[in-house]
Design a protein around this ligand. Structure first.
Ligand code: IVH
Length: 705
């Protein structure tokens, strides 16, 4: 269907002629018409099909050529010329427009579960007098766009009026503004066919989420008003009395139906109508689908639920319409709504609630995070009581205050967030949130580095909050793996001042544990066993367990392999560290600063004295490896080797393998479906190898599959 829409426009797409100055006035008429068609076709490709075939510069050339021609021959200006999209004086008010065919609303199905679709199908079948033995009804299922409804009136193929829905009977004439939407053709594309005498096309003006965000960002930077959601901005933009303002707003449009029609043979189905509108050159959403019976509707509801979050625009649910126009007619209308359509929403992802408190939490690294404590609210399938405000800037930007009514959103697995404050419902005497100047847990001063968003407590391990999390990290499964040392136990050990540092853990006895809340003798004994067991560890686990800022598991492994002993690592200065391929500047500084701190050295000495130990790191020496001195990063699936095999292959030949690409990477080994590593390698101009090239480097024959 879409293809023929291209084809019928194709004739004019490659317009190129000598410049207009050489044309006599007689030819100017044809030339202007051809330019108008070409520009309209490029607008269609760009704004509707999202598939432009000329550059912006080439487009501008065509546009200027037409403008010039029209300046020289003002008699050539026609209302559907692309140069006439923006213009006209600002209005003092919008004239009223009476809709010849009323713009109705749709009934909403109240059950938001997918199965709710069944109620609509049951009702339709009943009203049509069908029994179980009759075949399923065909429906056209569409998205319910979240914008505002407009009616576009075309007479003899030319857009003559655009109007808002208003109260359904009378709307506002927003023609000047509608004309600024490049996705809406000023003339219908009917190929060689006669255009309908009159056809009203109805649809939704909306704004894409990215356009909305970008617009709000601009406004914020200019300290201008921002909008709560894309729908408000779309509505505000379409209802500007000065159309030059509307022209600057990135509005989009989707058609979904018809109003008055004169002199046009209607297709037999609603789906056919939409296809015809698409042929005329208007934008239609591609998710629309013809489905059969309740099962078809349910499946559509579920499919859209799954992809809804990835759509570039917001939707307000889906709409089901009986596909056959004959059946639609038979079903008819109730007072305000057609009986043949229903809107079906999704369970709310947003709810109102109030802010009881704003807590400031202190993380393992000392980072302070403001968290809004909310009156419990059920949203997106779970009860939400907390929403992070991320950092000082974000908290200020949202200006969330204690006592505020806020909109909370939770979509899918995403952590709940506060979308906006309902300023109208703000109680009196509230205060803007201020990040504390001192740590709320240990009262140490807090610091914020220049250019950084985060604020840190300077108390380090003196701060009980940091200490608790540092101990949890130390005992964690991927670190020292001390079974049973969860947050409840550690919390008590710190609060009862039984443990100051990680080394203190190993001084605890069964008697100490017995005194903790709800601790049975057996569990106390188990904790002792777990502590004892954890003493036998590996160097990489131990390095990771120390919780040095920026040192994750992979880095801990790299450090262990490179330095092979803790003493060597502790003695390394930033120069020695930067020489390690995986270590960047930030870590090259944070590691020596950690080890130079006397308190940290004392804890390490105490841990060793308590018997924490690890075997020597043995790294296979390769005497004359072909890959000695080279560092590889792997990405994607290789044709014959697994990742592990490839890694061993490289290491056996004296090379190194790292998890990320940096300037120090010698080669990237890429297979099928590579990740972002490949793009990064290309950006850094790091040579990329495939498996065969690697095997050639190490002179191994390619394995048969
Ligand atoms: S059909 C007779 N289809 O929802 C039925 N409406 O309450 C007329 N809407 O104001 C509407 N997406 O702006 C229809 N795919 C869609 C729609 C849709 C959004 C809006 C429309 C109307 C409201 C109905």
């Amino acid at each position: 269907m879409q293809n023929s829409a291209h084809n019928s426009l194709q004739g004019s797409l490659f317009f190129s002629e000598p410049s207009s100055s050489s044309l006599a006035s007689a030819g100017a008429h044809e030339k202007a018409a051809a330019l108008r068609d070409a520009i309209a076709a490029h607008d269609h490709r760009y704004y509707v099909l999202d598939a432009p075939i000329i550059s912006d510069a080439e487009y501008d050339t065509l546009y200027r050529e037409l403008q010039q021609l029209e300046t020289q021959h003002p008699e050539l200006i026609v209302p559907d010329s692309p140069t006439q999209r923006v213009g006209g004086k600002p209005l003092s008010e919008f004239p009223a427009v009476r809709h010849t065919v009323p713009m109705l609303s749709i009934r909403t199905e109240t059950n938001t579960e997918a199965s709710g679709a069944r109620a609509f199908d049951t009702r339709i079948r009943r009203e049509l007098g069908l029994t179980e033995n009759d075949p399923p009804i065909a429906y056209l299922a569409e998205l319910k766009f979240d914008g505002l409804a407009v009616n576009l009136r075309y007479e003899n193929g030319v857009l003559v009026r655009g109007a808002t829905r208003g109260d359904g009977e009378t709307g506002e004439d927003v023609t000047q503004n509608i004309r600024t939407l490049r996705a809406i053709p000023l003339r219908l594309n009917t190929g060689d066919d006669q255009p309908p005498e009159t056809i009203e096309i109805r649809g939704e003006v909306y704004m894409r989420r990215a356009d909305f965000e970008k617009f709000n960002d601009h406004q914020r930077a200019a300290r201008e008003k921002t909008f709560a959601n894309p729908r408000n901005l779309a509505a505000g933009s379409l209802r500007q009395l000065d159309s030059t303002i509307t022209a600057k707003r990135p509005l989009s449009f989707f058609a979904y139906g018809l109003g008055e029609v004169i002199g046009w043979k209607l297709p037999k189905t609603h789906g056919g109508v939409l296809d015809a509108i698409e042929h005329f050159g208007l934008p239609l959403d591609k998710h629309r689908q013809r489905v059969l019976g309740a099962e078809g509707l349910i499946a559509f509801h579920q499919n859209i639920a799954a992809l809804k979050g990835d759509l570039p625009f917001d939707i307000d649910g889906v709409v089901y319409k009986v596909d056959s126009l004959a059946l639609q007619q038979q079903l008819g209308f109730s007072t305000r709504e057609p009986r043949w359509a229903v809107a079906h929403k999704y369970p709310a992802q947003e709810q109102f609630t109030t802010v009881q408190h704003i807590d400031v939490q202190v993380g393992r690294t000392g980072k302070l995070t403001p968290v809004a404590k909310l009156s419990p609210v059920f949203v997106g399938g779970v009860t939400v009581t907390n929403a992070t405000l991320h950092n000082e800037d974000e908290a200020k930007r949202k200006d969330v205050r204690i006592g505020d009514t806020v909109i909370v959103r939770r979509a899918g697995d995403v952590i709940p967030e506060i979308v906006a404050v309902v300023i109208e419902r703000r109680p009196e005497n509230t205060h803007a949130f201020e990040m504390p100047r001192r740590c709320p847990v240990c009262d140490s001063t807090v610091t914020r580095e220049e250019g950084e968003a985060d604020v840190y407590c300077s108390g380090e391990l003196f701060c009980p909050a940091q200490r608790k999390q540092a101990l949890r990290h130390f005992a964690g499964r991927r670190a020292m793996d001390i079974e049973g040392f969860g947050s409840k136990i550690i919390e008590q050990l710190v609060d009862k001042a039984m443990v100051q540092s990680a080394a203190d853990l190993y001084r605890l006895t069964q008697d100490d544990f017995i005194n903790l809340d709800r601790m049975a003798e057996k569990s106390a004994a188990n904790l002792c066993v777990a502590l004892e067991k954890s003493k036998q560890t590996t160097l990489e686990r131990f390095i990771f367990a120390l919780g040095i800022r920026h040192v994750g598991e992979a880095t801990a492994r790299d450090l262990a392999h490179h330095f092979r002993s803790l003493d060597a690592l502790m003695a390394a200065d930033s120069n020695a560290l930067i020489a390690v391929p995986e270590i960047g500047e930030v870590m090259a500084n944070s590691i020596p600063s950690f080890f130079s701190e006397p308190r940290n050295r004392d804890v390490i000495a105490a841990l060793r004295a308590a018997g924490v130990c690890w075997p020597d790191v043995v790294v296979a020496e390769t005497i004359s490896g072909q890959l000695t001195g080279l560092t590889f990063a792997l990405t994607g699936t290789l044709p014959t080797m697994s990742r592990d095999e490839a890694t061993h292959c490289i290491i056996d030949a004296g090379g190194k393998v790292t998890g990320t690409v940096s300037k120090k990477t010698s080669y990237v080994l890429a297979g099928e479906a590579p990740g972002s590593t490949l793009a990064k390698a290309q950006a850094l101009k790091i040579p990329i190898l495939d498996e065969a090239a690697l095997l050639r480097m190490i002179e191994k024959p390619l394995r048969k599959r």
